[in-house]
Every structure is written in structure tokens, then in C-alpha cells.
Design a protein around this ligand. Structure first.
Ligand code: FAD
Ligand code: MLT
Ligand code: ZN
Length: 489
């Protein structure tokens, strides 16, 4: 792989044999759910970033939760390793094999099973695509309290397993709050029913929480019960141009004060991110600089949503007036629903893809940092790489964007060609930088294989030891997603 951390040696798992394939094929219901040909396997072995590639010889799509559990049991009993895979949009190499692990995909568990219009509780198979789930909920004037650029491909089970954050976390909070229950297949073949649909349930340890964000190392999530949110009838946004980072912080404070309960997103886009999107466009959707007359170094996408359009409009207008009067916003534009709003979001959500198309696999860092020094990581990284000769003219771009309302910075470094020296300049410097400021080296993407050996920058040794003990209780053979999340011993 082109991973930035050294790949740990293969553990002594068994190798897949014709006998294993035929037994597992039977468990998952035959040829239609079992893939051994090179063309099908290529997609299961390659990750979204182009940085990680495995060499699995077998991918399974069990049609039922029971079949997931039975396949897992077989693998554990026969010393085979497994990698759970959802929509394969993860950004830390967690969902693809490192070596020849058997891929267990949740793609066939794709039914929305029930929607309770009174409570807002939805029960769905782990393989339901996030956008499809949201479209189903829209029929009941509900929405998934989670939205992200990968919504057209990622699965709700994958979202739960990465504890995905996304674009509206500031309003709806973490999946640790909105997941009501889970069904999970364990390594020994137990199908653990934690599928409570109760909003309140204080009966013993809250076991489901262990699987939220466990990145497939403790079990395979097969069904999810989720508290949906009321779907807002009015959604509006402003794109504002700002001259200094200090003023972006003032803008966030002002937005919180003026917009209160209607604030549903506060996203940050720096000039370099915007440039990458505008330069790297496909013909399908032409995006334009929202503020062509006043190019500024920083931008915020501020969204309000609620149930009363006039009320929300008035709030947004007051916020913009104050931002202008206080000298915070140099320029701004407002979009109320429709195409204009979609275009603003397309710019923000298009950054990852534009970066991915630019050249070599991108160096992606997803960190939490206090807002007092939030953007410093971008300027410090730029200075560090520039000193070594890596700058705009050598095709290297250091960009910063992200969920500023949650202090979640996405620092990305893009180069036109693969050059290991860049990686060596970035790591471990970037982890030390974040750790010394009390931040987190993974705000929302998880650790996967990219950061398994770096967990110590954000967690104390006692905590990592306890995690390893929990892993040992649930998966003593280490069947599930080896080489991921925890450092390999
Ligand atoms: P996969 O990539 O298939 O798997 C991710 C991890 O979960 C792997 O470790 C895998 O083994 C495990 N896993 C998957 N399904 C299961 C299961 N059923 N049971 C147990 N383990 C499982 N993330 C954010 O947090 N916020 C964002 O805003 C965001 N935006 C993104 C935008 C783009 C364009 C892309 C490509 C990714 C983005 N992501 C974001 C990354 C994010 O982690 C994923 O998009 C999503 O949550 C992963 O879901 P998936 O179904 O694709 O999982
Ligand atoms: C985002 O916020 O756009 C996603 O987390 C993806 C990324 O970091 O590129
Ligand atoms: Zn993000």
C-alpha cells in the first residue's frame, strides 16, 4: 500500500482454500453472494483514497444477519481473518483488506424495515445507503440526523461503525446519541440483539456504544435502530467571505448568538480549497466562485433550517447585517433552497473529490484542534513544506476546510506525483502538533490502518490497554479487522 505507516507483518491466519470457499458459499446462499473473480475482487480490495489496496481472494455478501453471523463463525473456527465492508467510502483504509482477509460486505442487508412516524424511530439493515434511508424518511417528514458528502455510497452500518460526524453534527450531535439500538454479529457467531427502539433505556451497561465507532473490530453491525429528526421545511444558507482567521472565529460566535436553534451548519473553506474545486471541475456541473468580486482568504458556509421560512430569513438577514457592520464579513451571498443552495453545498462537499482527482493520493488529516489555534496547523504545515521546496509552483497544495462549528479541521496535502519525502515531512510532525495542543488525531474518520499505530498521540496507554482487553473479550482469535484501530502487537 501507499500508506504512510509501515504495514505490520501478516498474522498467522489460515490461507483461503477451495474447501473454505465452498463452505462459505453455502453459508451465504450460493454463487450470487460469493465473489472470487479478479474483476469483482478489485473493487473490494481498493479503497476510495487510492492509498490502500488488499489482496483478498474472497468477498461475501450475506443476504441475512444470520448468514453474516454464520460466515463469521466459520472464519473464526477456521482461523481466517475478516474485514467488514459497507459502502467502502472510508478514508483511513479501515474497510479494505491489508492482506488476504475475507471481505464480508453488508450490501445485501439493504432493507428499510420500519419507520415509526410517532417516535421517529427507523429500523434499517446495515447496508442501506445513507441517501436512500434519508429519502425513505422524507416520506414521513423525517430525516437522518447525519449528512456527508459520501451519502450516495456509504451505508448506515458503515456510518455507525465509523461514528461518522459530517455536515450537521453541530445541530444533531453524535451517533452515540441518535442510535437507539443495534444488532451485531460477533466473531463467535452470536447474533447479539441490542435492537432497542426505546428513546430511554437504562438497563445495565449500554453495550451498543462499544460498536459505534469500533470500525469493524468488535463485531459486524447488521441492523440499526436510529432516532430520526423532524425534516425542516425551510433551509437557507449564506456564503461569506472573510479576511482574517480571527474574523472567522468572530463569525462563528456571531452565528451562534444570532441564529441560535436555527443554526444547522457552520462549514469552513479556505481559498486554497475553493481553488482546487474551481480548477478541477468536471463538465457535469459548473461551479462558480460564490463571491467573484471580493476574493478573500477564508469562507464560511452558514446554514439555517427550521419550520418557519420568514422567521429563519429574518434571523439570517440580521446575522449578515451584524457581520457586515462589525467588519467581519467582506462580502456574502444568500441561497434559499433550490439550485443556488445545492451549488453552495456542492462546492463544500466537492473538495474531497476535487483533491482526489488532482494527482497522487492525498495526505488527509482529520483533526480536532482548539479554535484559538485551529488554522495555525495549515499555515505551519505550508511553511514547513515550503521550506523544503514544496509549494504552489511545485504543484503541492496545503488546504484547510472542515466542520468549524465542531472544531474539526480537515488538513489535506495534495501533490501531483507520489513523493515519499512529503509524507516524511508531514508525519509524525502533524500528530505531535495536534497532540501538544490537546487535540485529537482523528475527529471523525477513525483510525483504520492509517492511524492504528498513532493512537497513542490521542489516548493514554491505560486506555489503549483497556481497549485491547475489550477486543480480546469479544474477538479472542483476532478474526475481525486485524491491523486496524489498535497497534499491532
Ligand atoms: P466503509 O468504508 O465500508 O467502512 C468503514 C469502516 O467501518 C471500516 O473499518 C469497516 O471495516 C467498518 N464497517 C463498515 N460496515 C460495517 C458494519 N456493518 N459493521 C462493522 N463494521 C463495519 N466521514 C465523516 O465522519 N464525516 C464526513 O463529513 C465525511 N465525508 C466524506 C466525504 C467523502 C466524499 C468520502 C469519500 C468520505 C467521507 N467520510 C466522512 C468518511 C466516512 O467514514 C465514510 O464516508 C462513512 O461513514 C463510511 O461508511 P461506509 O459504509 O462507506 O464504510
Ligand atoms: C468532509 O468533511 O468533506 C469529509 O470528512 C471528507 C474529507 O475530509 O475529505
Ligand atoms: Zn468531514
Amino acid at each position: 500500500s501507499l500508506g504512510t505507516a509501515p504495514t505490520p507483518p501478516r498474522h498467522s491466519f489460515d490461507k483461503i482454500s477451495a474447501q473454505h470457499i465452498s463452505a462459505l458459499k453455502q453459508i451465504v446462499g450460493g454463487d450470487a453472494n460469493c465473489f472470487t473473480d479478479a474483476t469483482s475482487l478489485a473493487a473490494y480490495n481498493a479503497d476510495w483514497t487510492g492509498r490502500y489496496r488488499g489482496s483478498s481472494q474472497l468477498a461475501l455478501r450475506p443476504p441475512t444477519p444470520r448468514a453474516v453471523a454464520d460466515a463469521l463463525k466459520y472464519c473464526t473456527q477456521h482461523g481466517l481473518a475478516v474485514v467488514p465492508q459497507g459502502g467502502n467510502t472510508g478514508l483511513v483504509g479501515g474497510g479494505v483488506p491489508v492482506y488476504d482477509e475475507v471481505v464480508i460486505s453488508t450490501a445485501a442487508l439493504n432493507a428499510v424495515e420500519s419507520v415509526d412516524a410517532d417516535s421517529g424511530c427507523v429500523v434499517a439493515g446495515a447496508g442501506v445507503v445513507l441517501q436512500a434511508l434519508d429519502e425513505e424518511l422524507a416520506k414521513h417528514n423525517l430525516m437522518v440526523p447525519l449528512d456527508l458528502g459520501a451519502k450516495g455510497s456509504c451505508h448506515i452500518g458503515g456510518n455507525v461503525s465509523t461514528n461518522a460526524g459530517g455536515l450537521r453534527y453541530l445541530r444533531y450531535g453524535s451517533l452515540h446519541g441518535s442510535v437507539l439500538g443495534l444488532e451485531v454479529a460477533l466473531a463467535d457467531g452470536t447474533l447479539l440483539d441490542l435492537l432497542s427502539t426505546c428513546r430511554k433505556d437504562n438497563t445495565g451497561y449500554d453495550l451498543k456504544q462499544l460498536f459505534i465507532g469500533a470500525e469493524g473490530t468488535l463485531g459486524i453491525v447488521t441492523r440499526v435502530a436510529l432516532q430520526a429528526a423532524p425534516r425542516p421545511s425551510s433551509v437557507q444558507a449564506a456564503w461569506i467571505g472573510i479576511q482574517t482567521f480571527e474574523d472567522v472565529r468572530r463569525a462563528l460566535r456571531l452565528a451562534r448568538r444570532h441564529l441560535g436553534e436555527t443554526l444547522s451548519a457552520f462549514e469552513f473553506v479556505d481559498r486554497a480549497s475553493l481553488d482546487v474545486v474551481l480548477e478541477g471541475q468536471h463538465a457535469s456541473m459548473r461551479l462558480h466562485d460564490p463571491l467573484p468580486d471580493n476574493p478573500t482568504p477564508f469562507h464560511a458556509l452558514v446554514e439555517v433550517s427550521g419550520s418557519n421560512e420568514a422567521h429563519d430569513t429574518e434571523k439570517l438577514e440580521h446575522f449578515l447585517e451584524a457581520a457586515s457592520e462589525e467588519g467581519i464579513a467582506v462580502d456574502g451571498t444568500v441561497a434559499s433552497g433550490g439550485r443556488q443552495l445545492a451549488e453552495l453545498w456542492a462546492i463544500r462537499e466537492g473538495i474531497s473529490e476535487a483533491l482526489a482527482r488532482r494527482g497522487a493520493p492525498v495526505y488527509k488529516y482529520d483533526v480536532s484542534i482548539p479554535l484559538s489555534c485551529w488554522y495555525d496547523i495549515v499555515t505551519d504545515m505550508r511553511a514547513r513544506l515550503s521550506e523544503a521546496g514544496y509549494n504552489d509552483s511545485s504543484g503541492v497544495r496545503v488546504v484547510g476546510y472542515g466542520h468549524m462549528g465542531d472544531a474539526n479541521m480537515h488538513l489535506n496535502i495534495s501533490s501531483l506525483e507520489v513523493d515519499d519525502r512529503i509524507g516524511n515531512l508531514i508525519e509524525p510532525w502533524v500528530y505531535e502538533w495536534v497532540s501538544s495542543r490537546g487535540g485529537s488525531i482523528s475527529a471523525e474518520h477513525g483510525l483504520g490502518q492509517m492511524k492504528a499505530s498513532a493512537i497513542g498521540y490521542s489516548k493514554h496507554p491505560e486506555a489503549v490497554r483497556l481497549m485491547a482487553q475489550i477486543k480480546d473479550v469479544l474477538d479472542p482469535s483476532g478474526t475481525l479487522n486485524p491491523y486496524k484501530v489498535l497497534p499491532s502487537s
